[in-house]
Design a protein around this ligand. Structure first.
Ligand SMILES: Cc1ncc(COP(=O)(O)O)c(C=O)c1O
Length: 388
């Protein structure tokens, strides 16, 4: 019996490891297993390969390789940035973020609140645009850090990083940007974007393995180490380097740079086609963040009066992988905090479905998915207790 074909439209959750990336990392499990800190030439070769990967990562975002600090994942990089800055500036007790950040940011802010920090969570409007006025009114010389995402994982909405960065710099605070959903999806040039002090990346969103991330730390940024121990990563992050994954990330960054224009063009065409087919053929839909500047690969769409979970279950029958903004917690379906912050009405918030594309996806998959979603929504509306 042949296996059901999978249509993978959940690339903001994770991506397939590219074969070239896997090929690059395999020798570091098999033959090149030395600890890069050891003193013999076998290790020196591995050390050199790690530095080559560091340069490949640096090249993608146009920075000096010594500003790249390898960590275990995007969540660790976010924790490191926030905790490292608050430790470095113990007298500044105010930190600012937005209401639509990833839990790696929100939960770290909550943890610092329990240690006496004053926090500000900026609102977003119905299109997902951030409230700049509140940033201007709340930031002061007491503010240690402002942490804002480059692009939102659920909606793809891109924040005005330059405008925010300039405000942050005017007040002498440190500016951290979680760019996990932006790196490899839009051009980032940190020589030009010199108002960004620290930036988070994650390997598994750009076809490298899960469990490798980066914190870019601009030269001169005062940051205390959080993971104490040995002197790896120039004393910034202790722990023997995860060499195979570092090599993989280097290769993935090299490929992401080479493919960036193709990625933006291809995924935008697929995303816009799916969006148009769904909006044209299904009543009462809402494209979340549709009026804002969005990453090319992300579509977040709601269908009034049905539940996202039911859509996903039925999509699964067709072999289609997508995700929903609502999560089942304590027996009730809670809409995502991101969509709640955008003020999405209850009857739309529960049905939000996210489709996120990569270069792997095809127009044939889009056509198949559009037909499937149209049938599924029709069927679910027929049996929905909420349908008027
Ligand atoms: C915006 C954002 N930040 C941080 C993370 C966490 O990255 P990781 O899975 O590597 O810990 C994610 C992962 O989904 C993300 O989308």
């Amino acid at each position: 019996m042949s296996e059901k074909k999978i249509i993978y439209l959940d690339n903001n959750a994770t991506t397939r490891i590219y074969p070239e990336v896997l090929d690059a990392m395999m020798p570091f499990f098999k033959e090149k297993y030395a600890n890069p800190s050891s003193m013999y030439s076998f290790a020196a070769g591995v050390h050199k390969d790690v530095e080559k990967a560091r340069a490949q990562v640096a090249d993608l975002i146009n920075v000096d390789p010594i500003e790249i600090c390898f960590v275990s994942c995007g969540s660790e990089a976010d924790n490191f940035a926030i905790r490292g800055i608050t430790e470095a500036y113990p007298n500044k007790k105010h930190i600012i973020t937005t209401k639509v950040e990833h839990p790696a940011i929100i939960e770290t802010f909550k943890s610092l609140e329990r240690h006496g920090y004053k926090t500000t969570y900026l609102d977003v409007d119905g299109d997902g645009n951030v409230d700049i006025e509140t940033l201007k009114n709340s930031i002061s010389n007491e503010t240690a850090l402002v942490s804002v995402m480059y692009a939102n994982n659920e909606t793809g909405v891109i924040f005005p990083i330059e405008e925010i960065g300039k405000i942050v710099k005017k007040h002498g605070a440190v500016f951290h940007v979680d760019a996990v959903q932006a790196v490899g999806k839009l051009p980032i040039d940190l020589q030009k974007e010199d108002y960004i002090d620290m930036l988070t990346m994650s390997g598994h969103k750009i076809h490298a393995p899960k469990g490798i991330g980066v914190l870019f730390i601009r030269n001169g940024t005062k940051l205390r180490t959080v993971q104490t121990g040995g002197h790896q990563e120039r004393g910034r992050r202790a722990g023997t380097e995860n060499v195979p994954y570092i090599i993989a990330l280097g290769k993935a960054c090299e490929m992401a740079k080479a493919e960036l224009s193709k990625f933006m063009e291809h995924t935008k065409l697929l995303r816009d086609t799916l969006q148009k087919k769904l909006v044209d053929n299904i009543d009462n839909t809402k494209v979340n963040g549709g009026n804002a500047n969005r990453t090319a690969n992300t579509l977040n769409i709601s269908f009034k009066n049905i539940e996202g979970e039911s859509i996903l279950l039925l999509l699964d029958v067709y072999g289609i992988c997508a995700s929903t903004g609502s999560a089942c917690s304590s027996g009730t379906l809670e809409p995502s905090p991101v969509l709640r912050a955008m003020g999405l009405p209850f009857e739309y918030a529960h049905s939000s479905t996210r489709f996120s594309f990569s270069l792997d996806n095809t127009m044939e998959e889009v056509d198949f998915t559009a037909d499937a979603v149209i049938k599924i929504v029709k069927r679910l509306r027929e049996i929905s207790p909420y349908t008027e």
